[in-house]
Design a protein around this ligand. Structure first.
Ligand SMILES: Cc1cc2nc3c(=O)[nH]c(=O)nc-3n(C[C@H](O)[C@H](O)[C@H](O)COP(=O)(O)OP(=O)(O)OC[C@H]3O[C@@H](n4cnc5c(N)ncnc54)[C@H](O)[C@@H]3O)c2cc1C
Length: 390
């Protein structure tokens, strides 16, 4: 067991931290208020090849593994306050680039990942539907066999990057059973005939500089060559994407929590009330210690899950634990930071934005309850392995 940070990961963090500082945007507050994604800032990320971090090196990407990505996203997010931009980036890397790189055949990888590398393409990952949120198996969107391809019919909602994406990884039902092995994953160009994307991004409480929208497929044709993996492999592909998302995407919250902790500590050290700094009030100082403990334990869980992914070990439960710890720490630390900043914490600024950005994190990539149910099922298998046998 080695808990040291490798020289490679230190270098990644230094490089990404510097880029994060360069991405500071004086207009962030205004864009956040307007709920506006910034294509120019995406172009800066692309010019540094950050949008292709986990594209295999043979295709022009950086060939990052999961641990590399955790260190990169954490360092970017510590210094770049635009969490919405980084959320757009991380969703693209984990839920779009990753499944194509891992499950795509040579032709698919060449077609879609070269476009990412060379043209700065942005991906969207579409699985959620109005009646299929936590219960993905309730999916209604269909891909009906027709000749050497499929016709997509149905609607996906709450899709990150949808209004600004270039390609879409979509899951649709190809079987009739309504189960985990009855849907398949496809990749398609957003300009394919019959793809309709809501024109106006949704307005939301946090992550406002990410563009989120709905996508309707109206008889959209996809060839069999656009299907990722075998017919019916959508479930396992979705789970693999979620393992990456739950382990790596959430590193953006680790970075922003580090900045939040530093600023909150500074505020408590310099703000005096009743003749002494707030930090000298043990009740308040302990809140800061609690923020620190939550952040460090969430970080270890993230690194552990990413390590498992890189070593080809089953990571489903480790990823669920990481996601639970990071998202719940982000919300609790966001509340503590605002509280310790006093009235200044509720004025427009980093503290209040971080709290708002944290709120959706307990919902996407598996809600907290859904992940706890998953962990309990695993405990059941471990503690009562013979249950159900006659
Ligand atoms: C910021 C953001 C970005 C997103 N991006 C994408 C995207 O890119 N692509 C995509 O496909 N989807 C995306 N989603 C949608 C996301 O996947 C869903 O919000 C999520 O699956 C939950 O579904 P729901 O919102 O319909 O909530 P519901 O399923 O209606 O759940 C509501 C609440 O009930 C809880 N709950 C559900 N079932 C149970 C249960 N059995 N026991 C106890 N509690 C339960 C949930 O945890 C949640 O708190 C995004 C959502 C957000 C907020």
């Amino acid at each position: 067991m080695d808990f040291s940070t490798s020289a490679r990961h230190r270098d990644i963090a230094t490089h990404m931290g510097a880029l994060g500082r360069d991405l500071q945007d004086p207009a962030l507050a205004g864009r956040d208020r307007e709920g506006r994604f910034c294509p120019e800032r995406w172009a800066i990320l692309a010019s540094h090849r950050v949008h292709a971090l986990n594209v295999p090196a043979g295709l022009g990407g950086e060939g990052y593994g999961a641990l590399d990505l955790v260190h990169a996203l954490e360092a970017l997010a510590e210094h770049c306050e635009d969490t919405g931009l980084l959320f757009a980036l991380a969703a693209h890397l984990c839920a779009c680039v990753h499944p194509v790189a891992r499950f795509g055949d040579d032709a698919q990888r060449e077609r879609w990942l070269s476009a990412v590398v060379q043209q700065g393409w942005i991906g969207a990952h579409a699985i959620t539907e109005a009646q299929a949120g936590s219960d993905i198996n309730a999916m209604q969107c269909t891909a009906i066999r027709e000749g050497d391809g499929y016709r997509l019919q149905g609607e996906k909602c709450y899709i990150t990057n949808a209004p600004v994406c270039d390609f879409i990884v979509v899951h649709a039902r190809t079987g009739n059973g309504g189960g985990f092995l009855d849907y398949s994953a496809f990749v398609l160009d957003r300009h394919s005939p019959g793809v309709h994307i809501s024109a106006k991004p949704h307005e939301k409480v946090g992550l406002r500089t990410t563009a989120m929208g709905d996508i309707r497929f109206d008889g959209t044709w996809v060839s069999a060559a656009q299907r990722l993996g075998a017919e019916g492999a959508g479930g396992p592909i979705f789970l693999a994407s979620m393992e990456w998302e739950r382990s790596c995407l959430f590193a953006i919250y680790l970075g922003s929590m580090r900045r939040q902790l530093r600023r909150t500590w500074q505020r408590a050290r310099t703000r005096e009330q009743f003749g002494k700094p707030l930090l000298a009030q043990q009740a308040l100082a302990h809140r800061i210690a609690d923020m620190h403990v939550r952040l460090e334990s969430a970080r270890l869980a993230c690194l552990h899950a990413a390590w498992k992914l890189d070593h080809g070990e089953p990571a489903q439960d480790a990823a669920a634990i990481a996601k639970l710890l990071v998202s719940e720490a982000a919300v609790k630390n966001g509340l503590d930071a605002v509280h310790i900043h006093g009235a200044a914490g509720v004025l427009e600024g980093d503290a209040e934005r971080q709290l708002r950005n944290a709120l959706p994190s307990t919902l996407f990539s598996g809600g907290s309850e859904v992940l706890k149910d998953q962990l309990l099922r695993q405990l059941g298998r471990e503690f009562q392995p013979h249950a159900g046998r006659a």
